[in-house]
Write a protein that binds this ligand. Sequence first.
Ligand SMILES: [Cu+2]
Length: 477
Amino acid sequence: MKRVGRLIILGAIAALATAACAPANAAPSWTFGAAVAPASPGAVAAVGGADSAAAPAVTTGNAAAPAAQAIQVEAFDLGFRPAAITVPAAGTYPVTFRNTGAVTHDVTFADGTKLTADPGATVTGQVDIPAGGETFMCSIPGHGPAGMTGAVSVEAAAMPGMSMDPAPSPAASGGSTAAAAPVADPNAPKYVRRDPAAPARLAGTVHDIDLPIIEKDITVAEGFVVHAWTFGGTVPGPTIRVKVGDTVNVHLTNQGAMSHSIDFHASETAMNHQMVEIKPGESFTYTFKANYAGVWMYHCGTAPALHHIANGMFGMVIVEPKDGLPKVDQEFALVQSEWYLGAQGAPADYLKANETAPSPDFVVFNGIANQYKDTPIQVDAGKRVRVFVLDAGPNLDSSFHVVGTIFDNVIKEGIELSRGNAGHWGSQAVDLAPAQGAIVEFTPVEDGMYPFVTHAFNLVTHGAMGVFNAGDGDPSN
Ligand SMILES: [Cu+2]
């Protein structure tokens, strides 16, 4: 194979040892108490049967307890069947844990007992159930809040007339336990400003790109650190720029502590062919031919995909037409996205991100709040500027606008407003739903400041603002 245009994407291997950074390995903190009373038969499985449906269900506190045999629980994407299990008495029980989902899950009991199963696998172990019962959850980040919680109740302690259902998951109950915004830490590391320049198109027609998956702490706004999951060690991941007809081989190595995957919107492939789970330590090559021009999103699709995108796993692919784009004076790449903060140094808060009326702590361009307001992007009056814009979401639209300019050339999702069109039409803002991308072009007419925003102004005050500074920034000279 011709190996041309190899792009080595560097990034430090994540420091995975700190407690805040490795929730999958840390002792879980429990939101729910053990359920202790009977519930509807459909929600309850008693121990002892080879099949939970065939097992004698314990439906009231007066029913005879079946002989204790085993706890059987199945994990699917994303939940447990059954989520409420009854045992007749406190004691040690064998556990059979079956994963029928598409990604790795675990069942982690409140005492720390943990069984992990790959997709399709069944594992066994044992657990001590105390007299008060015990909750369990999947400890993989995002899975518990997405609904993977349950409880083992002890029948002897059950009280007639009380519900035995496990406490509803926070996700099911509307996310009422979503974290409050952390307080800015003056000792947090300073953020690293991302170079807004669009990369040059890769030379040649076949591209081999190394894209390590790295979990690491990133300062996303002054005073706020997120334990992000990344492609290539940055949020957004690196921008990949090719042209129609090129072949792109992306070599992924998962250096993180949990499973991830990748989905290139610029590609055409079956989901279960290339958007596959890449476990920690594993490598996978995702290959696609760039058949269509555009500004495309890539992202992690591992469940819950919302959490993986909200925690930084996205980036931009630019596919130019076969003959390339016309030359302009300067080109930039800007990705708008949201941060839903958990605790300092923790991953993004899934429950906040999952609200139907989401209220992000920050809305940002290129991963960091206000970075191009703090240090503007230098341009020149009278010189043509092209911006590749992507709305990575995960939830909110962008209305991309550059104050004091009119876009005379826009290509949005395959629709083109051409410079020099017969009606002399122009564009003031480009509307992008999550996962949509565009190319906009403009020319600052004089020296001065040209702020760029999403014209949803409630988001501007949350970090979605930058500045193009033309010339010396002073229109009066
Ligand atoms: Cu991921």
